[in-house]
Unconditional design. Structure first.
Length: 458
């Protein structure tokens, strides 16, 4: 996929991985032992030098800032003016910038399957007895998510609106700052000022007490969470190395959130390139999404690949390696993916994953793979998906529980489920493959187990 190919390539520079695309849905297969080895290396560096991770993040921020002068010009008007040769050169530079952007952040992904295990081993090694709630606080992000910050900023505008002040400029600036929040890996739709005005008017229906209370909770989050962390550290006599381990995962939460903004903005730029390439080549834009980014080198090549792209649209299996890429398409891709799927077994009709937010829930499964399926989700359903993203939040609020294929304690699902206090199990690997719409399940997020109680009537 055009959106995903560069992130996966950046991962392949470290170790091999396999990715299966079925339409717009994708399944990744990674070597967990390699991820653990690399994550242990980063943790050792951080425990030895408490500024290691902060320094790494700051260097990444400098890189991102340096890239913005180039990326900010890549709008549809600019791309349209380029000659074909310049267009392909600019796109290659864009891909190289993305590689440099993703590579330093991959430790976030390495932490997903291993964070719980590493923390558990650490607690055992040093005989630390910390409650699940204390662990949740120690590894919690220190900063508001972008969604929370946007809500706080909009609530401030609501207060001016209720005081009958002119809010036009404030609202325009707000829309400009947060218009990217609806962008996903599949759709690069920007939010309009009209959207934010509609939300503002809905918020204005709240009482003054409710508005002020929400503002206090959001604006005081960082101070409150840091005080809670300090209290736990003091009461449990944690030393600096022990604090550093928990701080490592908390920082990854915040870094993931910061990365998300630029990742989604880059997806918008990718769509700009795809739309312009579709006009120049005459190839359907939806087929172009099944290109690997570095395949975009000339118009004749793209046109010749039309039949191949139609096969990839059905299914494509990539093997990314440091030596290059090979792929299978269509039926052969599906066969290869089945081989990988069969390595994972469902024992006694139970799924096991990592605990993101404790609790117990029962409900009917709804497997949600894309935004187009949101309408089938009803209050009280159990949300089952590969991984949640910002656009999933309305569903998460209605869900009895949340189950994901991917993710660790720093993932979006983990952070938001804790905020909503919804039972959540992450990193099951196969929930979307094995659970079906209508299955009745027990979600025991105290043990990280999902039990299939009743299969859906077929």
């Amino acid at each position: 996929m055009l959106y995903c190919s560069v992130p996966y390539r950046s991962g392949a520079k470290t170790f091999d991985c396999q990715i299966f695309f079925k339409g717009h849905n994708n399944y990744g297969y990674f070597n967990k032992d390699n991820e653990r080895r690399l994550l242990n290396y980063f943790i050792r560096r951080h425990l030895k030098d408490k500024n290691y991770l902060t320094s790494k993040i700051n260097r990444w921020r400098v890189l991102v800032k340096h890239q913005q002068s180039f990326l900010s010009q890549l709008n549809a008007i600019y791309l349209k003016k380029l000659s074909n040769a310049d267009f392909f050169n600019v796109y290659r530079k864009f891909c190289l910038f993305q590689l440099a952007y993703w590579q330093p952040t991959l430790m976030i992904e390495y932490s997903d399957p291993w964070s719980d295990k590493i923390i558990s081993d650490y607690l055992t090694k040093y005989r630390l007895k910390l409650s699940a709630q204390n662990l949740s606080i120690l590894t919690a992000p220190k900063l508001l998510t972008f969604a929370q910050q946007e809500e706080l900023d909009l609530l401030s505008i609501v207060k001016n609106y209720l005081a009958h002040r002119n809010i036009n400029r404030q609202l325009a600036n707000h829309a400009k700052k947060y218009s990217w929040q609806s962008i996903t890996w599949l759709k690069a739709k920007m939010l309009s000022q009209v959207y934010f005005l509609k939300r503002l008017k809905e918020m204005a229906k709240l009482s003054h007490q409710q508005i002020n209370e929400r503002i206090r909770n959001l604006s005081g989050y960082s101070l409150k969470i840091n005080r809670s962390k300090s209290t736990i550290v003091s009461k449990n006599h944690l030393n600096s190395s022990q604090v550093a381990l928990f701080d490592f995962f908390a920082c990854l939460c915040d870094w993931r959130e910061e990365r998300k903004k630029y990742g989604m903005l880059n997806n918008k730029l990718t769509e700009n390139f795809a739309e312009e390439l579709a006009k120049r080549s005459g190839v359907d834009k939806h087929l172009l999404y099944f290109l690997d980014g570095f395949e975009i080198t000339s118009l004749p090549k793209i046109v010749k690949m039309t039949v191949e792209l139609k096969k990839r649209q059905r299914a494509v299996f990539y093997n990314y390696t440091s030596m290059g890429i090979w792929r299978l398409v269509g039926q052969e891709a599906e066969k290869m993916n089945k081989i990988f799927e069969n390595r994972i077994n469902l024992k006694n009709e139970e799924l096991q994953g990592f605990i993101a937010c404790r609790g117990m829930a029962f409900g009917r499964v709804k497997v949600i793979m894309s935004h187009s399926e949101f309408k089938k989700f009803k209050p009280g359903d159990v949300l089952v998906t590969q991984m949640t993203r910002p656009e999933f939040v309305p569903l998460m609020k209605k869900a009895a529980a949340i189950i994901t294929d991917e993710g660790g304690i720093t993932s979006h699902a983990a952070v938001i489920s804790r905020e909503l206090n919804k039972p959540c199990i992450i990193g099951t690997q196969v929930a979307t493959s094995l659970l079906k719409d209508g299955d009745r399940v027990e979600v025991d997020a105290n043990k990280g187990i999902v039990k299939l109680l009743e299969k859906a009537f077929q």
